[in-house]
Design a protein around this ligand. Structure first.
Ligand SMILES: [Zn+2]
Ligand SMILES: [Zn+2]
Length: 333
């Protein structure tokens, strides 16, 4: 199979031919149709996430069709379309796994980081961590649901019952979560890079009630803010924008250092927290919610062999919505 492989920080992904991975016990083998490109992939190639397997096939938003199953597989049969997310395996026994917090498992393995992912024509995955893809989503449009959507949804849930939500960084996750939040009857204020008129306009088309620069004070205090951009300076900015009792949820896996700030910004029961990974429960719930909203994803596609260009395009910040790799023949539903 063809795969785009990460070998070391600073080097572009290399296109190589690898033997097709064979499914072990409990695993399914997939023909990959699409794989979302995530900000986390940039953190890996930039060396900001320190422990990838090497060499590594990146990609943790895989949409594919089951082509073969290993022993003991019970959930999926060949021909079934499934999605593979970031959470690829958990131990099932540690104190986090046994208290409904498998996202924090001490021994968790992650797709496209410590397990080979979907920047390839084929992949294998533990069937217990795969999700059926809802009908009505073509492969490319489904791909960003699997991380941008799913972890974004967890971040929104951790924002509690906030009626007015600020989204900092209007990329793949925010473009999905804006739609979900509006469908839940919340209001959304979108914060983009200062001067980024294109993203502001995009946010307004998706139902945002206000859009401005991340350096602007919103017209009224937020109940909660979710930070999707990996920029630590947004934490004090968001704290200044939330009202008393408001929370700031940091949704990325990596962020630049947070500058020191006055305790006044945290005072009055404001809170800052992060969101780590996902549970399978988050995934099941979000993939039920997405078609009901219905969430429409905007995706800029790249062929598999242009994975480096796709990463650069994501890095540029100029994308409305998500970036995804299209792998193999297009398959519409
Ligand atoms: Zn565990
Ligand atoms: Zn991701």
């Amino acid at each position: 199979m063809r795969a785009m492989v990460f070998t070391r920080v600073g080097a572009p992904l290399e296109q190589v031919e690898l033997p097709e991975p064979q499914p072990g016990p409990g695993q399914v083998q997939l023909a990959v149709h699409a794989c979302g490109v995530c900000r986390t992939d940039l953190h890996i190639v930039d060396g900001e996430l320190a422990e990838p397997k090497l060499p590594l096939v990146l990609g943790h938003q895989i949409v594919g069709t089951v082509t073969a199953v290993g022993p003991e597989v019970t959930r999926f049969e060949p021909g079934r379309r499934v999605g593979v997310p970031w959470l690829g395996w958990t131990c099932g026994r540690c104190r986090y796994c046994s208290s409904g917090r498998e996202n924090l498992c001490d021994r968790a393995r992650f797709t496209g980081y410590t397990i080979d992912g979907g920047y390839a024509e084929a992949a294998v995955a533990d069937e217990r961590y795969c999700f059926p893809i809802p009908d009505g989503y073509p492969d490319l449009q489904a791909a960003p649901l699997l991380c941008a959507g799913l972890i974004g949804y967890r971040a929104l849930r951790l924002a509690g019952d906030a009626e007015l939500v600020g989204l900092y960084g209007f990329g793949a996750a925010a473009h999905i979560i804006c739609q979900v939040a509006r469908a839940q009857g919340r209001r959304v204020f979108a914060f983009t890079r200062p001067g980024d008129e294109q993203s502001r306009a995009f946010a307004l088309t998706l139902g945002a009630d206000w859009a401005g620069g991340s350096d602007e004070r919103p017209p009224e205090p937020l109940d909660a803010a979710i930070i999707f951009a990996p920029a630590g300076e947004l934490v004090p900015a968001a704290l200044a924008a939330v009202g008393k009792g408001g929370s700031v949820v940091c949704a990325g896996i990596h962020m630049s250092d947070i500058p020191a700030f006055s305790y006044d910004l945290l005072w009055e029961e404001r809170a800052v927290r992060s969101v780590a990974n996902l549970t399978r429960e988050d995934g099941d719930e979000f993939l039920r919610v997405a078609p009901d909203v219905p969430v429409h994803t905007k995706v800029e596609p790249f062929p598999l062999h242009e994975a480096n260009e796709a990463l650069q395009r994501l890095r540029s910040g100029a994308v409305d919505g998500a970036v995804a790799l299209s792998v193999g023949p297009a398959r519409q539903l």
